[in-house]
Design a protein around this ligand. Structure first.
Ligand code: AMP
Length: 382
């Protein structure tokens, strides 16, 4: 019987997962390198340790009936160590291995019969020259491992830019991808149980700002053909991976074609809206999937827009909240992070409305009401 869920990672995804798991009656233990993490603040217990501290990882396993993770840059060795001790880890280390390596991931997607932008591995100067010749420009150079939110990524329009990115990567393995001149970016969150049952959330339309998600709109404004393709790819990849838990697949949409950008074997930023806009959230769906509870098909109450609130580096106090909360269809979620560093994900809000256009407009209005100020220095508090 599962009573305690262990979570590797202590960010906002872990926090929302914990709040939902606790609502459902579970205990939660989290492991994170920093004390007082967003997840640690709400968990029953927190282990403060590095992700590769195998003694601490063993402790997490011993205190939990099942272990899951809220981001994919957990060292694979830590998950493998838990599995070697016969601890239940969902999704499994085999899934994590593929999702944390862009080369394995893209190859897996292609082999599953799903479209990806043409890509090639770049480990040395000769491979870079070959990639530039065969794939051409514009392209995106990305680190194979460890990148997120646009970090470790260079858009390259010519050979000089590609060489500069290659030099900056300083020997890290890279992937060279054709730049997709997409019409829009969408994602879908699914959840899959041990018995192979699966559910899918509505497709969302995602807007990014310099590689970081800024706004999610649901339902995505895509044709039936695109929607069908997205759902088919998500189902196919979930089955082929044999994943247990919630997962997200991000796509580029170009005309009627969909290209997989990324697989995240976890709850995802583009699914935050589900806390307020569907009768079952992605977090609850994940808990249900990993704890062998029935999966139910999500139902969208109303069109919605989710707005991320990123730090500006100009102060740690979020001003304008009272004005924001005037909107009766708006729900604010704040993550409990002390410092609002530049582009750090600090909070989000979701607006429900009768149309996506209205939800989006109100999200933009709401965002404009907010600013970061430094309460300690009144001269900066504008
Ligand atoms: P990623 O970290 O791979 O999710 O990339 C972050 C963002 O960079 C994406 O959401 C896109 O907006 C952009 N991007 C990444 N790869 C490509 C690509 N091959 N073509 C066009 N845009 C891309």
């Amino acid at each position: 019987m599962i009573e305690t869920i262990g979570i590797l990672g202590g960010g906002q995804l872990g926090r929302m997962l914990t709040l939902e798991a606790k609502r459902m009656g579970y205990r939660v233990v989290t492991l994170e390198p920093l004390p007082n993490s967003p997840c640690g603040q709400v968990a029953d217990e927190q282990i403060v340790a590095a992700y590769d501290d195998l003694r601490a990882i063993g402790e997490l396993g011993a205190r939990s009936d099942i272990v899951t993770y809220e981001f994919e840059n957990i060292p694979l060795g830590s998950v493998r160590a838990l599995e070697a001790e016969r601890r239940l880890v969902r999704p499994s280390g085999d899934v994590l291995r593929i999702a944390q390596d862009r080369m394995l991931e893209k190859t897996f997607v292609r082999d599953a019969g799903c479209s990806v932008a043409p890509f090639a591995g770049v480990t040395d100067a000769a491979a870079l020259a070959r990639a530039m010749r065969e794939i051409g420009f514009p392209a995106v150079l990305k680190t194979v491992r460890g990148g997120y939110d646009g970090k470790g990524q260079w858009i390259v329009r010519d050979e000089a830019a590609a060489q500069a990115g290659f030099a900056e990567a300083n020997g890290s393995a890279l992937i060279y991808e054709r730049f997709v001149p997409f019409d829009l970016e969408v994602s879908i969150i699914c959840a899959r149980g041990t018995d192979g049952s699966s559910i899918a959330f509505p497709i969302t339309e995602n807007r990014h700002d310099r590689g970081v998600l800024s706004t999610t709109i649901v339902p995505a404004r895509v044709s039936d053909v695109v929607a069908q393709r997205v759902r088919w790819v998500a189902q196919t990849i979930g089955e082929r991976l044999g994943i247990v838990g919630a997962y997200c697949i991000e796509f580029f949409v170009l005309g009627d074609d969909v290209y997989v950008n990324e697989i995240a074997p976890r709850v995802h930023n583009s699914g935050h809206y589900s806390l307020d806009a569907t009768q079952v959230s992605q977090y609850e769906a994940h808990v249900r999937a990993i704890c062998d509870l029935p999966l139910i098909e999500p139902r969208l109450f109303q069109p919605a827009a989710m707005q991320n609130i990123l730090g500006s580096g100009m102060g740690d106090h979020l001003a304008g909240i009272a004005d924001l909360l005037i909107d009766p269809g708006l729900k604010l979620h704040v993550y409990g992070k002390r410092h609002a560093a530049l582009r750090r994900k600090m909070a989000h809000f979701t607006v429900l409305a009768s149309t996506v256009e209205d939800a989006l407009a109100r999200a933009e209005t709401g965002r404009a009401k907010l600013s970061w100020t430094d309460l300690r220095s009144p001269s900066l508090a504008r």
